[in-house]
Write a new protein. Structure first.
Length: 206
């Protein structure tokens, strides 16, 4: 029997994850069954369960992929001289997540899925661990960008890098929550708002 190539295995895993993400974004996590995912992916139960045993494993894998992509963007930013400013970097990351590669094509539904994932961590230890690791890695990645800002003379060193990192992560989370709750939130709004805040000057300093 011919061996299945790694490329084939990777493509099949991608097919399952994309199908699951479309289902979750369209119908929500709890309203989606494994049968829904099988139909969406166009695969048999055996093919899917070879990779993922449950919805929980699927959502954890989707979350881990999202964190990996975001970390990659931050790592690239930290190596760039000078690094992109927060408005540019956050805009780039969120545009990729919520505009360019949206499962199912519904931005608000996908943002609601992200919020569902956050709430699911309150009862799902596996998912909580995945998000906890991702959040920690995000803080470290942002801290590297902050260090790069300082090395390039763009930011003072009087505030701990982790404080800046957590504030910027909270900004992104708030933007996603707005999209989930109200819809029609454009990334340009976030970019403009951050750019305006970054331009503020203390009037008492000449």
């Amino acid at each position: 029997m011919a061996r299945v190539s790694q490329e084939h295995l990777d493509a099949r895993r991608r097919q399952i994850l994309d199908g699951a993400a479309r289902c979750f974004a369209r119908n929500g996590f709890h309203a989606t069954s494994m049968q829904d995912i099988l139909r969406e992916a166009g695969l048999s139960a055996g093919a899917v369960y070879r990779y993922f045993r449950s919805k929980e494993e699927l959502i954890a894998a989707i979350a881990d992929e999202a964190f990996s992509a975001i970390r990659g963007a931050f790592d690239d930013a930290a190596r760039t001289t000078p690094p992109p400013t927060p408005d540019v970097l956050l805009g780039r990351v969120l545009r990729g997540m919520l505009e360019e590669q949206v499962p199912g094509g519904d931005r608000q539904a996908f943002a609601r899925l992200i919020v569902q994932v956050w709430t699911e961590t309150l009862r799902n230890e596996q998912l909580a661990a995945t998000l906890g690791e991702g959040y920690s890695a995000m803080r470290q990645a942002w801290a590297k960008v902050v260090d790069a800002y300082r090395d390039n003379g763009l930011m003072a060193a009087d505030v701990p890098a982790d404080h800046v990192a957590r504030t910027l992560i909270a900004t992104a989370q708030g933007f996603i929550a707005q999209q989930a709750l109200f819809g029609d939130v454009r990334v340009e709004v976030l970019e403009d708002g951050l750019r305006a805040l970054m331009s503020m000057r203390d009037p008492e300093i000449s």
